[in-house]
Design a binder for this molecule. Structure first.
Ligand code: 4AD
Ligand code: MG
Length: 467
């Protein structure tokens, strides 16, 4: 018989008809007369209840049906006698696909810690929590592509292997086919890369922005959506060594239009989750979010206008707070990089809503940001979110070749790797701007999960690359 997915079976009105469902057993309970199997196939967080009449099935037949085993169940779809579901299936035929020994199946117990589940990341998608997270992850992917497609952006694929570290965003992972056991060095002790695969030193990209800018100078509005890699040794609940980033780049927009885009885009994604993932969100709200305020936080972001706050004013607010007794671990004088405790103070305590922070001191930001007339600040536009801190990093780009060259020289960025980027300023330069959204930071916000390792299927962090 043809299989019905459980999300459809639960909504089916074909009562008293035969039906077949297949999935993994979540639990089994019952008495001497009847046994109830909760079956899940991943299509929804809801299980379907299979009711087994023990005069029809022997204990031997049911013995392999344990938590984690995989079965095909055929039966009659009937209105449910019990509370909690509209329909259930009265079993007529049972096929066992795969057993799961209760002695060794790791997901036997309930209430396993997130830390433990990370050690069995190959099985954790079978839990309610991770099933919900990964379904939402899919929906967020769809939201992102749909948003840009509907707004006339083209998806542009930038390379993952690159020979330039122009971002200075962090340590890069090297890509080489050299024999590391027998590395030839020149007289200065430097490695000669001329015989390496690419004929020069290559790395995994930290961002697709620079290539994205080239594309925006031809296609007008583009976005990238791909993995990025950073070898910074940040063992925090907000950092991964491999994470996904969405980077739109747009010609002919200014700072205020860039902020409009950031705000509109992120609200669209949160609204999409509210409209398409409510079953999963309700579960996460009740069982995972420590304050049970996930849905409330999401609604409040969608319904509120973000604050637009120049860095200099932000520092003034933080210093005022310190005067009034607020304690921070890191200093926050003008010129300091703002850390996540400061970001969260502004967003959660001071304003109570997302903040777009702008016009940062140029020395704490990347070389490509457009310098303001004061000569000290740049047109960065980072979005700061409750619980998360920085979720988007963006800026207007410096389009003047002379100014950009001066900045590259001031920072001693190797020019020879940058010729192609500078060509955009040489030939038909245009004002343009863009940003990068950390996909897993967005995932943290729309799931209420506390650690970024728990919103990506197989996290890569310092000393961890299992699975
Ligand atoms: O602020 P970042 O470093 O900006 C860029 O890379 C620019 N090239 C973006 C652009 O303008 N096109 O990174 C952008 C975002 C951050 O705001 C954060 O959400 C996320 O990427 N991010 C990380 N997420 C997880 N783990 C890490 N190690 C991250 N580093 C940055
Ligand atoms: Mg940033």
């Amino acid at each position: 018989m043809q299989r019905t997915v459980i999300i459809d079976a639960l909504k089916s009105t074909a009562l008293n008809q035969p039906i077949n469902v297949r999935g993994w057993v979540r639990s089994r309970r019952g008495n001497k007369q009847v046994c109830f199997i909760a079956l899940n196939d991943g299509s929804t967080i809801q299980n379907i209840q299979i009711v087994v009449d023990l005069t029809q099935f022997s204990e031997d037949q049911l013995k392999p049906v344990t938590t984690g085993s995989c079965i095909s169940a055929t039966g009659i779809l009937v209105p449910s006698q019990g509370a909690g579901q509209a329909v259930e299936i009265q079993l007529t035929e049972l096929e066992i696909y795969g057993t799961a020994d209760p002695e060794t199946y790791p997901l036997q117990k309930k209430g396993l810690s997130m830390e433990y589940l990370r050690t069995i990341a190959h099985l954790r998608p079978r839990t309610n929590t991770f099933g919900a997270v990964f379904r939402i992850r899919h929906h967020m992917t769809m939201a992102i592509h749909t948003y840009f497609h509907e707004h006339g952006f083209f998806n542009f694929h930038t390379p993952l292997i690159t020979a330039s570290d122009c971002e200075g965003a962090g340590q890069m992972f090297q890509v080489t086919t050299k024999n590391l056991y027998n590395l030839k060095k020149d007289e200065n002790g430097k490695i000669d890369y001329s015989d390496d695969f690419f004929g020069k030193q290559a790395s995994l990209t930290v961002s697709g922005q620079l290539e994205g800018e080239l594309a925006a100078m031809a296609l007008g509005k583009i976005y990238t959506f791909g993995p990025t890699f950073r070898a910074e040794n940040s063992n925090t609940p907000r950092h991964l060594a491999e994470f996904w980033m969405i980077e739109p780049e747009v010609a002919f927009i200014d700072k205020s239009e860039l902020m409009d885009l950031e705000e509109d885009f992120i609200k669209y994604c949160v609204r999409w989750a509210l409209n398409n993932c409510m079953d999963d969100l309700e579960f996460l709200n009740q069982y995972v979010d420590p304050e049970h305020k996930l849905i409330e936080r999401m609604r409040s972001v969608v319904d509120t206008e973000f604050v637009r706050l120049p860095y200099t004013e932000g520092i003034a607010i933080l210093q005022e707070a310190i005067k009034n007794g607020q304690k921070f671990e890191f200093p926050c004088n003008w010129g300091d990089d703002i850390s996540s405790e400061h970001e969260r103070y502004l967003v959660e305590k001071h304003f109570g809503k997302p903040v777009i922070m702008t016009d940062y001191p140029k020395d704490i930001k990347a070389f490509y940001m457009k310098v303001n007339e004061d000569g000290k600040t740049v047109q960065g536009t980072d979005v700061l979110f409750p619980q998360i801190g920085e979720i988007i990093g963006g800026s207007v780009r410096e389009e003047s070749l002379d100014k950009l060259n001066a900045e590259i020289e001031r920072r001693h960025i190797p020019m020879k790797d940058m010729w192609w980027y500078l060509d955009t300023r040489r030939f038909g330069a245009a004002p343009h701007a863009g940003f990068g959204l950390g996909f897993e930071r967005l995932m943290l916000f729309v799931t209420g999960m506390q650690n970024i390792r728990d919103v990506i299927p197989f996290p890569r962090t310092p000393k961890t690359a299992e699975f």
